[in-house]
Design a binder for this molecule. Sequence first.
Ligand code: PHE
Length: 346
Amino acid sequence: MQDLIQKLNAYKQEIAEFSGSGEQAAEAFRIQWLGSKGRVKEAMGEMKHVPVEQKKDAGQLLNEFKLFAESKYAELKETAGTGTADQSAPDLSLPGDAVPLGSRHPISLMRHKIISIFQRLGFAVAEGPEIEDDWHNFTALNMPAHHPARDMQDTFYVDAGENTAVDWLLRTHTSNTQIREMEKGKLPIRVICPGRVYRNETISARSHCFFHQVEGLYIDENVSFADLKQTLYFFVREMYGKDVRVRFRPSYFPFTEPSAEMDVSCFICGGKGCNICKKTGWVEILGCGMVHPNVLRNCNIDPEKYTGFAFGMGVERPAMLKYGINDIRLFSENDVRFLKQFTAAT
Ligand code: PHE
């Protein structure tokens, strides 16, 4: 037994000092120690010389020794692939790089919300150019040159040089897209037009020189103001809930007749009066009306046969109300501290 212990200790030392590396060294180790003629097997053979009463202890020692040899072999195998022989292999035990999670912009979230409600009513999305000519932004919309209503929308004109016959401008509303849809000559039309618009206004917490709109247009035979109201009632119910009340106020837009502005009861204070609704209990949401016959005629649509309604709303204000944002400039500053707050928003 004493002999066996000594022998195993010597073997262990030898194993511990084994200093090869790479596949070949690992294989040589396996043959020398773990192979069918290897030393582990040979040591196991010593068992038969051990007296019966010591067999249990000897068995334990031999087992331990076998495990020791095997773990050395496992170590040699492992480093053979990734060790000094191949420095370029990746270290799979390193922690990974965190991938920062992006977020949707609050304007995109709100625009999406508005679009998806109208899509459920069968409206398709139409988009048009932000740099537009005078015809599509103004004239076709019943605002001929020098029409006073042009002053309602302070316009950025594009200096396109002297060689151009038309005035180019940054569109002041997405109604330009409605004209372009009507000009295609395919009826009926049921579209919503989301997009960015520009107005020459002083930038403050409440207004900016660019913002976003979603406008809608429905043209078919026998479209009435009742259809307009029903469509907008549906929108309000889906957007603000069934408890919100709606009112229409007569208004004026050159491209619609009759025209109205739509208010909803303040969803912040429930109509009691607060700072958001300026103590009136109502919040203005959108402008709307029946498409003016002149507009239809400008697009070669017969106003005796077809009628239609249109509406238009801003995206910034509902987004500010929904997310509690008190400065419109935050939307365009690209400050990640602001933007990352919408990671989980819907
Ligand atoms: N184009 C109008 C605006 O920008 C909104 C509007 C669209 C009003 C359609 C009535 C009908 O203010």
